[in-house]
Ligand binder design. Structure first.
Ligand code: MN
Ligand code: MN
Length: 295
């Protein structure tokens, strides 16, 4: 690989469920960025833990009828992270993801903390983004720093990307005001429970009607800590995994160009179930994209 954008790609990492299939439309990239977590760090261990866990679950998706074992994944390795410079890391992430996005691959990034999404968005250049997250992540700065994981969606919004958030329940007044001002729609788990999965999906589809290229980001704390306890900032009253995957199966179409899963902290996940769920979400989402591509 001669392209200079791949300078910081370490190809010798563990493979997602052992997959290394260059012909697959799905590229997996590990991004162990773990610098700004305010509560429970450790997300740097998530790419290798989730990859290993994926080896022990089934690849067939009943929802989509797709066997991801047949489609496979092309795990290209980890991006080597600078130990303290988030902005340098965002540049590295943008370089590597742009390389694979230009090759028309579906880029699946495994974080790392949520700050990685600023980089993947710069590389993949979607015009719309769906975020599953307990938090809005719309702070302009957190303790004076603009690339904190609490500011991700604000930075993405400033790049002109249309954002919608679901699972929202831990917010500041400043973030709500910005969301209203910038036209960022959000649905709380309580609202989704009352309206049901179909209605929630309909709202997302309507909101994204004009989009050309859609990106999905799964902050694992969007899901209830009963199902996903091993996250950096757990927050009660979250979505359950079935609700999330049912909504995803209704909204995915050919425009989805990539997704990421972030904020899993394996040191706080002694039973390993958060990583199992992360691996399952990756498989199900990829299966739905594959189904949409083949229609
Ligand atoms: Mn969050
Ligand atoms: Mn987040």
């Amino acid at each position: 690989m001669a392209d200079s954008r791949l300078l910081y790609l370490n190809e010798n990492s563990r493979l997602f469920a052992g997959f290394n299939r260059p012909t697959s439309p799905f590229v997996i990239i590990g991004i162990p960025l773990d610098i700004t977590s305010s509560f429970r760090p450790g997300s740097r261990f998530a790419p290798s833990t989730i990859r290993e866990t994926a080896q022990y679950i089934e690849f067939y998706s009943i929802r989509s009828g797709i066997d991801m074992g047949e489609v496979g994944f092309n795990d290209v390795g980890d991006i080597v992270m600078h130990p303290s410079d988030v902005e340098e890391n965002i540049k590295r992430i943008s370089d590597v993801t742009s390389y694979f996005a230009e090759k028309e691959k579906i880029v699946i990034s495994i974080g790392g903390e949520h700050s990685i999404t600023v980089g993947t968005i710069r590389g993949i250049k979607p015009d719309c983004l769906l975020s599953i997250d307990a938090h809005l992540d719309l702070r302009d700065e957190y303790m004076g720093y603009r690339y904190d994981h609490a500011c991700v969606m604000r930075r993405v919004s400033e790049q002109g990307v249309k954002i919608m958030e679901i699972g929202t329940r831990a917010v500041s007044k400043e973030e709500l005001e910005y969301a209203n001002r910038a036209g960022i729609a959000y649905l709380t788990p309580h609202q989704i429970k009352l309206m049901g999965v179909r209605e929630a999906a309909k709202k997302i589809i309507t909101n994204f009607r004009e989009c050309q290229k859609i990106y999905i980001t799964y902050d694992m704390d969007g899901i209830d800590p009963a199902y996903a306890p091993g996250v950096a900032t757990p927050e009660p009253e979250g979505l359950d995994p079935t609700t999330v995957l049912d909504i995803i199966s209704l909204i995915i179409d050919k425009r989805v160009a990539g997704f990421d899963i972030v904020e899993v902290s394996p040191p706080y996940d002694p039973s390993g179930i958060t990583s199992v769920l992360a691996a399952r979400i990756i498989l199900e989402t990829a299966a739905q994209i594959q189904k949409a591509k083949s229609l």
